[in-house]
Design a protein around this ligand. Structure first.
Ligand code: 5CA
Length: 439
């Protein structure tokens, strides 16, 4: 992509409405624009990152055996009357009437709809287990939308739903999602700690939140320090085998959100030098709630014993749009964002220091072609901005590599390559720079 053709409305000044660094940087880097309280337009740079995050989530869900579908954002109120949640959900639910005066709502979550879909065809244990998921916009009329995409009213969620014939099967589905979550957050460069959590309006009694530690996090969290540096389980697993030891290893040590925190237990279970009281961002939340929806909505399946029973269910959410904020909170410096390679909107920023100079333009064109060919998605700054502004913009938008091409270097047969995260620079021939980026 050429910057002269791209749409990157960067802000020079700090927007006054942004209270936390990720919100400030997303606005300054021209990634999002607020259209109403808690409702954002995703501008091209932000949209590219959103798609990258979505794709990592999708790949790890698929690896764990989940199956993607897409449910609508609008739902019928009658569906929610079946589960009893239409009245319970209160003011967070956006209620709408269509032209026939039919009561509808913009989905805050999809337990009811997916239960309706599954009950229409699943009859017996032979049709199970299934984990179905979608990546779809949700609306929750939050009382205090704030911190940009962290607590929006419209936000993108990956929500998966597990269906099993019995509790042991449901537990296995829960474990699959637990393990997949640790892997997918790791792929985004995040250290997520699973913590015992309150189940709120989703229900059930087994639940974990996945928390990224950050000073600006909305929740107070308490955990054993060893959990923070525990490596992810890894993708090379027998997903149908016993995942319980992997889960036990990560749930044995104390970790709880504020609502579930028990100070006496914390003191008993974690030695003083291992006790971490911090703030965190909830990037995922998984629930096992058994028959809560299947019983109310009559979603039954016949077991191997011939007995008809409500299907055992769980639900598994990832805050896809919230993750942009969480990643920036975890990875930035005074000059701007530092994207991990896996989610960066472009892999390399090529800075043309003198557009119009035939020799410089030619080296930029070579670099652009080679990087495109290698799948590194370059962004070529071919604008007429002055050098200082070009460097500031590149640092602000946080691409992992910067390749600076200027007349003096070109005359000497070299370019300057900078790693955004470390500031490390190499002044080397273009071919060498391409090797370093590629390797
Ligand atoms: N149905 C279940 C799981 S599929 C569910 O809705 N769970 S949830 O309420 O915990 O939401 C799942 C994830 O969505 C949360 O962990 C959080 O990362 C994200 N999320 C929730 N509310 C918001 C919001 N207002 N803005 C941005 N992300 C949100």
């Amino acid at each position: 992509m050429r910057l002269s053709r791209f749409f990157l409305p960067v802000l020079k000044e700090n927007p006054s409405e942004a209270q936390i660094v990720s919100h400030r940087l997303m606005l300054r880097a021209g990634m999002i624009r607020q259209e109403a309280a808690g409702i954002y337009a995703w501008l091209p740079l932000g949209f590219r990152v959103l798609k990258k995050i979505e794709q990592i989530v999708r790949e790890e869900m698929d690896r764990a055996g989940a199956v993607e579908l897409l449910m609508p954002t609008l739902q019928l109120a009658d569906l929610w009357r079946e589960s009893g949640r239409y009245d319970d959900y209160g003011q967070e639910m956006l209620r709408i009437k269509d032209r026939h005066e039919r009561e509808m709502l913009y989905g805050p979550t999809n337990e009811e709809m997916i239960t309706e879909i599954v009950r229409a065809s699943v009859r017996s244990y032979k049709d199970l287990p299934k984990i179905l998921y979608h990546i779809q916009w949700k609306f929750r009329d939050e009382q205090r939308p704030r911190f940009g995409v962290m607590r929006g009213r419209e936000f993108l969620m990956k929500d998966a739903y597990g269906f099993d014939i019995d509790e042991a099967g449901a537990r296995h589905s829960y474990n699959k999602m637990f393990v997949a979550y640790l892997n997918l957050f790791d792929r985004m460069g995040l250290k997520a700690v699973p913590m015992r959590a309150d189940t709120g309006p989703i229900g059930g009694d087994l639940s974990h939140e996945f928390i990224i530690l950050a000073e600006t996090g909305e929740s107070a969290v308490f955990c054993h320090k060893d959990l923070v540096d525990m490596p992810p389980p890894g993708i090379d697993l027998d997903w149908d085998g016993d995942l319980q030891p992997l889960v036990d290893q990560r749930t044995r040590l104390y970790a709880a959100t504020e609502e579930m925190h028990d100070p006496a237990r914390f003191e008993a279970e974690a030695p003083e030098d291992k006790r971490l009281s911090a703030r965190g961002i909830e990037v995922g939340h998984i629930f096992y709630f058994g028959e809560k929806y299947s019983k109310a909505m009559k979603a039954n399946a016949t077991g191997a014993d011939g007995v008809d029973r409500p299907i055992q269910m769980g639900s598994y959410g990832v805050g896809v749009s919230r993750l942009l904020g969480a990643i920036i909170e975890a990875s930035h410096d005074d000059n701007g964002i530092i994207w991990p390679d896996s989610v960066a909107p472009f892999g390399v920023g090529i800075i043309n220091m003198r557009p119009g100079d035939a020799a410089v333009d030619a080296v930029c064109a070579d670099a652009y072609a080679a990087l495109t060919q290698a799948g590194r998605e370059p962004l070529l700054d071919d604008t007429a901005e002055r050098a200082g502004a070009k460097f500031a913009t590149m640092d602000l938008i946080g691409l992992p590599w910067q390749l600076v091409v200027g007349p003096k270097g070109v005359a000497d047969g070299v370019v300057e390559l900078k790693r955004r995260a470390t500031g490390e620079r190499h002044v080397v021939p273009l071919t060498r720079a391409l090797e370093i980026i590629g390797g």
